[in-house]
Design a binder for this molecule. Sequence first.
Ligand SMILES: [Fe+2]
Length: 374
Amino acid sequence: MKNIKFRFFMPVEILMADEGQLDLSDEIGGDSAVIVTDPFLYESGQALTLGKSITAARVNYFHHIEPNPSTDTVDACKAAIEAAGASAVIGFGGGSCLDTAKAAACMAGSDKRFVECLEGGKEIPDRRLRLILIPTTAGTGSEVTNVGVYTSSETGAKIPLVRPDFYGDMAVLYPEATYTMPPAVTANTGMDAFCHAIEAYWNKNSQPFCDACALEALKLIKDNLLTAYYTGEDKEARKNMCIASLLAGAAFSQTRTTGPHALSYPLTANYHVAHGVGCALSLPAFIRLSTQKEEAKMVRLAKELGYESVNSLADGVEELLGNLHMPTRLRDIGAEEKDLKGIAKEAMNYYPQLALTPAVITEESLLCLLQSIY
Ligand SMILES: [Fe+2]
């Protein structure tokens, strides 16, 4: 259909499980599953507890997911899925585990290397396996997006990939899995969710469903992130952060992200900071800039969140970052002034979502922004 004003498409069945042992027996839809997870979740026993609950199927584990998963890791995961003859893939962990599960579930049965698809233009096969995604952090929203981010094993480039079948069949929120998340991870994943929500809200692709999800997510994060950070065992704060992450993920899955995420790619690649740190660092500056094209909408948001103006919202976010012990200056993450031009150039050349930012973005304006947060 032509002249579509907006479209909201979310093909993921979403469940929230109550506290107690998570039981996925009825959800596997086959006789063999592979749980894709990281070494910590495997060694701590959490992934095994999940696996043991699936009594209706044979369960194998691939537990070698690293932060910023490489294309080689996707290939190794794919091989484990093939060896197990699995009919279902369960991503259990942070964004890296979920993203790897998405790609490996598609690549299973193919003789291509994933890097050939990510960078070499070869087509990724359509996913034929059932895909269930269970986040153990509250931030990436990967459980309800069609996005995965991978690091090329050949060039080291960090590349986001968007595909319709990267949407899982099912997302399971299980707040109990986030109780043990360390404070630093709580902070940077929580601010990642904040960026998803606000970048969906001010996005040139924004629309009413996304605005509603984003606004609720921002309120939940404002009211719960500090509690989750300082009092990790607070169950209500953990549950609310899981819901916020889900809503923010649903919002940006429709709109894509904007400037803070575009800048995060060169920052995480060059200075090895966590994704949420790379996104949040430029967030106050982008909030100030957003009034260029979305002033009325941003004033509304500031008031909804309890601030007098967009500038005081930006100050409030900077204060929040300070309370979460997250860096607010580029020099804090090891950047030097001579690097700024290169960062601006890289973001302009590789990250088209910059164009969705509600401001005039040129290499010069981006450089000014970077200098203001140096
Ligand atoms: Fe993100």
